[in-house]
Design a protein. Structure first.
Length: 292
């Protein structure tokens, strides 16, 4: 098995299309197909279902995809280490970030990082706090950027910035025209929430016991996988949600949402790094820019 075969497999798995993977890798379609067939034949497994002109991962393929991504990420990390030991600052820095950070806080930082370190390519994946922490533990990412609490002794955590959570509702919601909302009134409305594992949801639920409320006291009308989906549902009068002020800002400015007067404390954006793995100069440079 070669790293090139792993790269080809992951490109096909991501796109579920041989031709598009070949175009992205600047290879012929026959070369890509041959690499996949070689992997399957050597190990006696089927990685993809062929359905007409479409392909999709088998269950074995999905299991292998996780391991292949981790191996390739570690190979890129090793290449980055070697380039730095040779005095150059080039290679690939892999980052996983929770959605709020990836969408609203990280992009301006990456623009500054690109100007400071033009030789370093950055690959960013987005998920929730739980999946980001796991990516760092597995070696899929060198840095994880999260807003939720992470309790794992293998991970070093550095606070980078502060963020404000707010409660928002649609303009026709009863809370839109009211003054301060006491925490005891939170169960009065349906809630639209991110999925379990989201840092935003976890941060909100951790506040409830101090208000003598259990998470089960809230009626969760919908669980949705992204901030934008949650905000769209609230705009459609689906209920209330808790979200980063950064994410809600454009919606508030356009009058599509209203900030309910529920007082929430600030939270932290944090960087996660595996304590036992090499901290590249590229990752240290990114963190230094973030802390300025």
């Amino acid at each position: 098995m070669t790293l090139e075969q792993l790269r080809i497999f992951l490109a096909v798995a991501e796109r579920e299309h041989v031709t598009r993977a070949a175009e992205a890798l600047h290879l012929t379609q026959s070369a890509v197909s041959a690499a996949i067939r070689a992997l399957e034949a050597r190990h006696g497994i089927t990685l993809f279902h062929r359905v007409g002109r479409r392909i999709e991962l088998t269950e074995d393929g999905r299991i292998f995809q996780t391991e292949a991504a981790a191996v390739l990420a570690r190979a890129d990390a090793a290449e980055l280490v070697l380039s730095e030991l040779g005095g150059a600052l080039r290679g690939t820095l892999r980052i996983q970030a929770s959605q709020t950070i990836a969408s609203y806080w990280l992009p301006p930082l990456l623009v500054r990082f690109r100007a400071a370190c033009p030789g370093v390519a950055v690959e960013v994946g987005a998920g929730n706090t739980r999946s980001v922490a796991q990516a760092v533990l597995d070696g899929v990412a060198e840095l994880g950027l999260v807003e939720g609490e992470v309790d794992d002794p293998a991970l070093a955590q550095t606070v980078l910035a502060r963020d404000q959570l707010i409660v928002v509702v649609g303009p026709r919601h009863p809370w839109a025209a009211q003054g301060p909302i006491a925490p005891a009134r939170l169960p009065e409305t349906p809630w639209i929430m991110r999925e379990a594992g989201s840092g935003t949801r976890a941060a909100f639920e951790q506040l409830l016991p101090a208000w003598r409320l259990a998470p089960e006291a809230l009626t969760i009308a919908l669980e949705l996988p992204s901030n934008e989906a949650v905000l769209a549902a609230v705009e459609a009068d689906g209920g209330a949600t808790v979200v980063s002020e950064r994410a809600a800002g454009p919606h508030l400015g356009a009058g599509l949402l209203v900030r309910a007067q529920v007082t929430l404390p600030p939270r932290s954006f944090k960087a996660l790094r595996h304590k036992e793995r090499y901290a590249s100069r590229a990752s240290r440079a990114l963190l230094e820019l973030a802390l300025r």
